[in-house]
Design a protein around this ligand. Structure first.
Ligand SMILES: Cc1ncc(COP(=O)(O)O)c(C=O)c1O
Length: 397
């Protein structure tokens, strides 16, 4: 990593990739690696201490989701939750309705199921990035067993109309899964109001530890477990519980609920809005996630995704990194080749513009000084890259 800068001079605006633990989270987790290291399945005192910690975290998560304690299943994170929802419900002959802007944890699970005889429909978004519930409804067939739609898109932050899609699923008698990995902690969750059967989240996107997450599984949902080999989590997820991780997730969820209530998330939205408005003053830029009126659609508070004409997004990501700013671009590396983002392409951007898009995703601890630093550095970096860019010279398509 090229950086001769002191850590304090670095600005991290890639929260949708991952977030650091908050001090309260690591403090809550600390005892469960050494003093209270017991296995939550053991009946002796150390085991009981671990069980009590897992039970308390489960209660917090039930409050976070607005469900019953028995409907919370701890797992290893978003990828596992998404895989469990799809592989646990779908069999050859079933039909899945999902979207073309899902995270690869859903897309690739769907593709594998398609190879195994499950029919899959990938519904595209509107150019704004918002899914139209009527389009989801039109994709329904008699064999539709599951609808899987994300709450917030990881690249654009665009929020999906999950309550309306919940109504579509109810009318169709289909199960409904929500990948809420990028929405959790940024908007309130209420699984009863949404009317979903399954919902997955991940701790590391909301200032909790990596490698732990949770799922809401509505009582009575006939979900086959992905992992077998133990009766953990009411037989829904085998494997010795990651007690410290689960405690960390619980604490992160508690703090996330506070941040939603105490104005922290509104403050992040204001910072994001200031950043966005200023960046969009640079000529040859535009917002990914705007409606036909040019105004942003409903999004999570911390994310903005902006295209910059006449440059390569990856070059801008590197230029900003050299100046101490971490953001991410609109391309992903697949098997060594850089592919433009499938999300931006599904929204109708051309390849060049998708490649020239940047995602800024703010931590909830972001400050005015962070935004000021980006606004000091970015216009000059854009100007410099445009001056030397093969895209601007028309020698790179
Ligand atoms: C929308 C979405 N779903 C799922 C995942 C996967 O979560 P995890 O990293 O916990 O496996 C991510 C991670 O980037 C995500 O953004």
């Amino acid at each position: 990593m090229p950086s001769g800068l002191p850590p304090s001079a670095r600005v991290y605006m890639d929260a949708n990739a991952t977030t650091p633990l908050l001090p309260e989270v690591i403090e809550a987790m600390r005892p469960y690696w050494m003093e209270h290291f017991g296995n939550a399945s053991s009946i002796h005192l150390p085991g009981q201490q671990a069980r009590t910690a897992v039970d308390s975290a489960r209660e917090i998560m039930a409050g976070f989701f607005h469900c019953h304690d028995a409907e919370v299943v701890f797992n290893s994170g978003g990828t596992e939750g998404d895989n469990t929802a799809l592989f646990g419900l779908l069999r050859p002959g079933d039909h899945l309705v999902t979207t073309s802007i899902e995270h690869s944890a859903v897309l690739q699970a769907a593709q594998r199921l398609a190879e195994r005889g499950v029919e899959v429909t990938f519904v595209p978004p509107q150019p704004s990035g918002v899914m139209d519930p009527a389009e989801i409804r039109s994709a329904i067939r008699p064999q539709t067993r599951l609808i899987s739609v994300m709450l917030a898109n990881n690249e654009t932050g665009v929020l999906q109309p999950v309550e309306e899609i919940g109504e579509v699923s109810r009318a169709a008698g289909a199960f409904f899964h929500i990948d809420a990995v990028q929405g959790a902690g940024k908007v309130p969750l209420d699984v009863r109001r949404i009317g979903c059967h399954l919902l997955s989240i991940s701790a590391h996107k909301m200032h909790g530890p990596k490698g732990v997450g949770a799922m809401f599984v509505r009582r009575g949902t006939p979900l086959e477990s992905l992992l077998v080999g133990g009766s953990h989590e009411r037989r829904r997820r085998a494997g010795t519980e990651n007690v410290a991780g689960i405690v960390g997730l619980g604490k992160a969820a508690e703090l996330a609920m506070q941040s939603l209530a105490d104005g922290t998330i509104d403050r992040v939205a204001k910072l994001r809005d200031r950043l966005e408005a200023e960046v969009l003053r640079i000529p040859g830029t535009g917002l990914n996630g705007a409606g036909s009126d040019g105004k942003p659609v409903a999004r999570v508070a911390n994310t903005t995704n902006i295209w910059f004409d006449h440059l390569e997004g990856e070059a801008l990501v590197i230029a900003l990194d050299l100046k101490g700013i971490a953001v991410s671009g609109g391309s992903a590396c697949h098997s060594g080749a850089t592919e433009p983002s499938h999300v931006l392409m599904a929204m109708g951007l051309d390849k060049t513009r998708a490649r020239a898009s940047l995602r800024f995703s703010l931590l909830k601890t972001a400050t005015d000084a962070d935004v000021d630093h980006v606004l000091r550095v970015l216009p000059e970096a854009v100007e410099h890259l445009r001056a030397i860019s093969p895209v601007a010279a028309g020698t790179l398509g």
